[in-house]
Design a binder for this molecule. Structure first.
Ligand code: HEC
Length: 152
């Protein structure tokens, strides 16, 4: 099953050739893409939290988790263009993202900086520093979600 799917995808990529790079990013596709990105950021912070709480001992993986979060957030800036709110499909992105775009960009920058600090803390392999950096990072996620993401 999986192999068939992979071959199909590769064939499709080969056929699309040069036009592939020129394809436009349709708003409904941007929604799915950014939700996948946020989910992966969420999964990585959840695993750091499990280590921080002492639920698991995989402290050696925190560096990779932290980098995934940093790289994910670093790629997030272009994923919220105007026209990708509810008018484009199923999303929790609030209109405030575009009404107060300066505030949104500032919230993203704060999280990107905290993710950078999370990488530094992870590289120390010191549980106390990891816990501290996680607390700061988590606040920046919540800080943006409070103002710019619809409550569930
Ligand atoms: C600058 C704002 C901002 C920051 C910072 C931010 N997020 Fe989000 N996040 C959003 C918005 C907006 C959505 C809703 C996206 C959508 O539905 O299109 C979202 C969605 C999510 C989702 C749900 C994905 C889904 O569709 O199921 C998770 C999980 C998530 N964020 C985790 C995080 C974590 C963890 C951090 C911090 C490391 C973080 N986010 C930082 C704005 C932000």
């Amino acid at each position: 099953m999986k192999a068939t799917w992979t071959i199909g995808l590769l064939g499709w990529l080969a056929m699309s050739g040069a036009t592939f790079a020129l394809a436009a990013d349709e708003p409904d596709k941007i929604l799915g893409y950014r939700q996948n990105l946020m989910k992966s950021v969420g999964a990585n912070i959840s695993n750091i939290a499990m280590v921080a709480k002492g639920e698991v001992t995989y402290i050696g993986n925190v560096a990779a988790n932290a980098r995934a979060i940093r790289d994910g957030l670093a790629a997030a800036d272009p994923l919220f263009p105007a026209g990708t709110g509810k008018e484009a499909g199923k999303t929790r992105a609030l209109p405030s993202i575009w009404e107060d775009n300066a505030g949104f960009v500032k919230a993203l920058k704060a999280s990107q900086d905290a993710a950078e600090a999370m990488v530094v803390a992870a590289d120390t392999s010191d549980l106390g520093q990891i816990q501290q950096a996680l607390g700061v990072l988590g606040k920046t996620c919540g800080g943006c979600h409070d103002d710019f993401r619809e409550k569930q």
